[in-house]
Ligand binder design. Structure first.
Ligand code: SF4
Length: 342
């Protein structure tokens, strides 16, 4: 934040107001080096170089999908790796054209069985600098080919469980929402969780006007226990009670994510159970035909089954959509990120 940078500069005998200028260079203009900051003196740049790390990660690979989705692999200072995904919404020439899917951890400890990140295990949380850096670096890279490029939507749905890294996630949201930085609208920020009840309560207390997305993926405990270990700690009844509390406290509806898995959770019976579970809640459902992570037990149903599932939900009065799949040919779709570096 500008004042934090200003305080550090002051301790080095520099003017505190320079913190605001540095923040604008880094966050708004996505500067990639201290040299670019033309309105700062050499002395200030020397202090900045001594006290701050401008680029906490470096790009090691960029992949481009047939549908225009781009996946970026970053290597951190300690040689840990994480990925981010840039999604384009072609055909929409208005303001919501670019969405970035951010990682918040290296790996993930939650162990959801259909998820490549979950299979990888957990290494560590990403810092706020490493999280915001994903947005700034992609912005700087894209501006070389697309002058004026801007990220419009942030979704914390990449590698990791965001609510296990809540302080860094909240700090990143505040930085990226700052008027003198990227200025990404707070209502265009989505934070996902696999269902950590205490952290949902903590997030509600932050008073951020964001969208909360809860990964449900099954309409009963018997099925959910099989694919999401978190359900044994916070079963559906407890989770949905926390969700109702979140809605009451924030006044925001919740998005429930439902990965549709062939011959597992994709019949009309499960669709009816799901509708019953969400009855009376201010919520909508994203149906995501599951993406393959080299495990034949978890494959996507035929599209006609997906739409039958959707129709049952709609007939029961649940707002639901089938989410468009993007980037699966480069393992950039939901559940496919693994941050592999040789
Ligand atoms: S789905 Fe999300 S919470 Fe579950 S293992 Fe993957 S990254 Fe972690």
């Amino acid at each position: 934040m500008p004042q934090e940078i200003g305080k550090v500069l002051e301790t080095a005998g520099e003017k505190g107001y320079r913190g605001r200028q540095v923040f604008q260079w880094v966050q708004d203009k996505a500067a990639q080096s201290w040299r670019e900051m033309r309105n700062l003196s050499m002395e200030t740049k020397t202090v900045l170089d001594e006290r701050f790390l401008l680029q906490p990660a470096r790009l090691v690979r960029e992949r481009l999908s047939r549908d225009g989705t781009r996946k970026y692999l970053w290597l951190m200072q300690d040689r840990q790796a994480a990925e981010s995904v840039l999604l384009y919404h072609f055909g929409d020439a208005t303001k919501d054209r670019h969405t970035i899917c951010l990682s918040t951890q290296v790996g993930c400890p939650m162990g959801c069985v259909f998820c490549a990140t979950g299979k990888q295990g957990f290494a560590r949380n990403l810092s706020a600098a490493e999280i915001t850096g994903q947005v700034l670096d992609i912005t700087a890279i894209r501006r070389k080919d697309e002058p004026g490029f801007k990220i419009n939507n942030l979704v914390f749905m990449g590698m990791g469980e965001p609510l296990l890294n809540l302080p860094a996630v909240v700090k990143s949201i505040k930085i990226l929402n700052h008027k003198e930085g990227q200025n990404i609208g707070i209502r265009r920020v989505t934070v996902s969780t696999c269902g950590l009840v205490p952290q949902i309560e903590l997030l509600a207390a932050e008073g951020l006007d964001i969208v909360l997305a809860v990964s449900l993926h099954a309409p009963n405990d018997e099925l959910r226990n099989q694919i999401m270990p978190v359900n044994k700690q916070y079963p559906l009844e407890v989770l949905l009670e926390a969700c109702r509390g979140y809605i009451a406290k924030t006044g925001r509806r919740i998005t429930f994510e439902y990965a549709l898995i062939k011959n597992f959770n994709d019949t009309k019976t499960e669709a009816r159970q799901l509708a019953q579970l969400l009855r009376g809640m201010s919520a909508n459902v994203n149906i995501i035909p599951v993406n393959s992570v080299n495990d034949e037990r978890y494959s996507k149903p035929p599209m006609q089954e997906v739409y039958k599932f959707l129709e049952v939900l709609k007939a029961a009065g649940v707002q639901a959509v089938v989410r468009e799949e993007k980037g699966s040919d480069i393992e950039a779709a939901c559940g496919q990120l693994a941050g592999k570096v040789r």
